[in-house]
Write a protein that binds this ligand. Structure first.
Ligand code: GCU
Length: 412
């Protein structure tokens, strides 16, 4: 369970639809100069780049141009009684062995043809995703301490499998999908250190000591890391490059949406319980608000995002436009009934208000106008599901992700 820091009572949390402010959302199909966007071409050439630039400058921060990665296989062997191959590979994010790296854990179903893959970062280290004793114990800084087998911010044997309920890897493999996961803290440790550690420092310009107000925070850095993982996956013949999926939960759900928006090699995007700064509309201020998130996690977004604390209406974008940036590729937004902090209704509405863009691009968009009943997957190009229970990733969530992917992605 991730701690939700509380900072006194001064920030009122809204949990009642009747108390929400009145607001008008920016129209994804009207350009900044007022031009109406009426064709797929105008979306592609004018509006999409404009929205992307605004999200970069005002919300997540702009990431640097990547360098060419390099990689080294650390181990390879059979898993699940020979049904799959387990490969662990170190990816050097700048191509240099001396630079930052992340260790990718890959389970590849043995199949005669290239397989689709779900790429997803993990919170507690690769070894936390499974009891598989062959998974290398990470040496990276761990956020938790003295819990789940973490001592001095370092993983111990005791933390093996600590998050396995969120990672039904054998089931995913049985459904024909590869799993590619890496520890998010390899890319940027999740605490506010003014970006001295992690991948940021490796990309500073001469004399630079921290990102500028419109440059990448941690979410953008994690998304950058996911793109470097795709750089690696693209080199693998065993992977179907037309069916690469990105999934993330919570802060990593915010990350998967941003990764999907910025990197079109992701053919399908899944956000689970992503909430504020993810799928939830910021202007609703339901549950976690922009002010609250910036105060608790000053390193997640770019510094410009602070301008919108209690001032969401001034932001030139809202999160339905983040969903629209994924169009026409399939996107699945998943909520949990008890996860009110993440504003399930606001997450649904972001999908609904992205629908006109998906329709302009010739897809079926979101097939419903009202929130579906619990556990009922809306399996249209914009997908939505809300299940009973808490902020978490469950087996039923994974079944829904793969049902969605089975329908929305077909091999060529
Ligand atoms: C906190 C935070 C959320 C975030 C979540 C998580 O609850 O306020 O924005 O999604 O942590 O990452 O688990």
């Amino acid at each position: 369970v991730l701690a939700m820091p509380l900072f006194g009572q001064e920030i009122k949390v809204l949990y009642d639809e009747a108390e929400l402010p009145q607001f008008t959302l920016p129209d994804p199909l009207v350009a900044a100069d007022g031009t109406k966007i009426t064709s797929a071409e105008a979306w592609r050439k004018i509006r999409r780049p404009e929205l992307l630039a605004m999200f970069e400058a005002e919300v997540y921060g702009k990431s640097p141009s990547p360098q060419k990665i390099s990689s080294r296989v650390l181990s390879e062997g059979d898993a699940f009684g020979g049904k799959a191959t387990r490969r662990q590979v170190r990816i050097f994010l700048t191509g240099e062995e001396a630079g930052p790296h992340t260790d990718l854990l890959l389970y590849l179903p043995k199949s005669g043809s290239p397989v689709p893959v779900v790429a997803a970062l993990n919170f507690k280290g690769n070894h936390s995703t499974s009891d598989d004793p062959e998974i290398l114990l990470p040496k990276s800084w761990m956020r938790a301490n003295d819990a789940d087998g973490i001592k001095n911010h370092t993983a111990t044997e005791k933390s093996r499998g600590a998050a396995k309920s969120r990672w039904p890897i054998e089931r995913i493999v049985d459904r024909g999908y590869a799993v590619a996961t890496a520890y998010y803290g390899d890319i940027d440790p999740d605490f506010d250190d003014q970006f001295q550690n992690g991948v940021h420092a490796a990309f500073y310009a001469e004399g630079q000591t921290k990102p500028a107000a419109d440059e990448w925070g941690s979410i953008a850095a994690w998304a950058f890391g996911l793109s470097r993982i795709v750089d690696y996956l693209e080199q693998q013949d065993a992977i179907d490059h037309d069916r690469m999926i990105v999934m993330g939960h919570s802060r990593l759900g915010k990350t998967s949406l941003w990764a999907g928006a910025t990197d079109e090699r992701f053919a399908l995007v899944i956000s689970n319980n992503s909430g504020c700064g993810g799928a939830a509309l910021s202007r609703r201020r339901f549950g976690e608000s922009v002010r609250r998130i910036n105060k608790s996690f000053p390193h997640w977004f770019c510094d410009n995002f602070v301008k919108y604390d209690d001032n969401e209406d001034a932001c030139p974008v809202d999160q339905h436009e983040l969903i629209a940036l994924i169009a026409p590729r399939p996107v699945l937004i998943c909520s949990a009934e008890e996860d009110r902090w993440a504003d399930p209704h606001g997450e649904f509405l972001a999908g609904l208000y992205a629908d006109p863009v998906y329709r302009l691009l010739g897809t079926d968009g979101l097939a419903v106008e009202e929130m579906p009943p619990l556990d009922q997957l809306v399996n249209s190009r914009i997908g939505y599901r809300i299940r009973p229970g808490k902020h978490d990733v469950t087996l039923s969530d994974w079944e829904a992700y793969l049902d969605f992917a089975d329908k929305q992605l077909t091999s060529k």
